[in-house]
Design a protein around this ligand. Sequence first.
Ligand code: 2HG
Ligand code: ZN
Length: 467
Amino acid sequence: MTDPRSTDPRLERLRARIPGLRLSTDASDAEHYGRDWTRRWTPAPLAIALPSSVEEVRAVVLWAVEENVSVVPSGGRTGLSGGAVAANGELVLSLERMNRVLDFDAVDRTLTVQAGIALEAVHNAAGEHGLVYPVDFAARGSCSIGGNVATNAGGIRVIRYGNTREWVAGLKVVTGAGDVLELNRALIKNSSGYDLRQLIIGSEGTLGIVVEATLRLTDPPPPTNVMLLALPSFDTLMQVFAAFRARLTLEAFEFFTDRALHHVLAHGAQKPFDEVHPFYVVTEFAVGDEAREAAAMAAFEHCLENGLVSDGVISQSDAQAAQLWRLREGITESLAKYRPYKNDVSVRISAMPAFLAETQALLAREYPQFDVVWFGHIGDGNLHINVLKPEADTDADFIVQCEHVTKLLAQALARHGGSISAEHGIGLVKKPYLLGTRSAEEVELMRGIKRVLDPKGLLNPGKVFDA
Ligand code: 2HG
Ligand code: ZN
């Protein structure tokens, strides 16, 4: 049977306008490109366009403006907030064929890439020049730089290097009006008016389509060690963090609970301790000289003597470091089959102890029936809470219950000055809670900015806020 979308007159005109454009209306492609890792919405895009150049992207946008077709920019679709979902007859504009390194500049220490390149390929390209692009997280093999820019992606090394925002020196963007903007042109100093590059970063494809990025690179870190700590209680977590941060240069400081460990082990990871402990920390820190190694031991001993940790193991090789990291980085994958409801919240580090205590009490009260898995980038004040769907519950019932609790969580966040999305973005999932984190005036300004850059409201409509 012919897919009726393949003869859609709008698509006929798109084909006529850009004869070389790769365009698909296959049902399997619609399924594949119409969703992200949320798996909550049923994909229903009009078609998938896979341009191979900035000119083609621009021509697609001009066609969309003429035809009034919404466009969902699409990278690796590893997002967890529904930002790349196309469920309403949109055109998915996939950047996956635009995945090349365009330039390396040794003097500027920058790498210019097309938006569809995978994060891991950027790491490799930087490594070929003896440098690093330090933003890193578990989805590195599948996510794209364009998507990282769209959500201002964070990850496991924010504590040391900051978010994606800090590493973007320049952007090339196609706006919703079809204009091609070159933003900041990799200048370090540029005090010439509004920084539109920073406005695009984190805008989740609602203001423009990122087609190229110039990324700053840096020196490789000093040698590091990875330590896994077992903690007797939640209350000691921030004290352990303070003890390690005071003595060491931390490259990462991540936490997870025994429930998280349980699922990662069931997924094939190796058991680190004989006993079960309620909480764990994976931390990575610079070593390489005697003073630093002594400082690491001092931090651990201080924590042990004061009852802040109950056990610990330090990596003796790269393979062991990778094994310890797997315990943290494997969590999301190990939970995927339970179709978890995800929260990704943040508060200032100083507000963390009070927020953690309140949240722990809230979730114990509201979720007695669910397996709740806590983990996250605790050194950045960022907590991931995954609530696992019981097999017997329908998706709809489960989500209603979780959304009720998220409303309460959003109120707690508002009281503690936090954010409903630390790093995954607002997308569709967090849209109902945006006003707990951003004021009505701010959201109204965002709407105004969108109208300027995307006058017909065609870029990723319905994501972040409603028009
Ligand atoms: C991580 O920190 C990712 O591993 C995913 O941000 C978090 O699955 C999640 O909730
Ligand atoms: Zn994370």
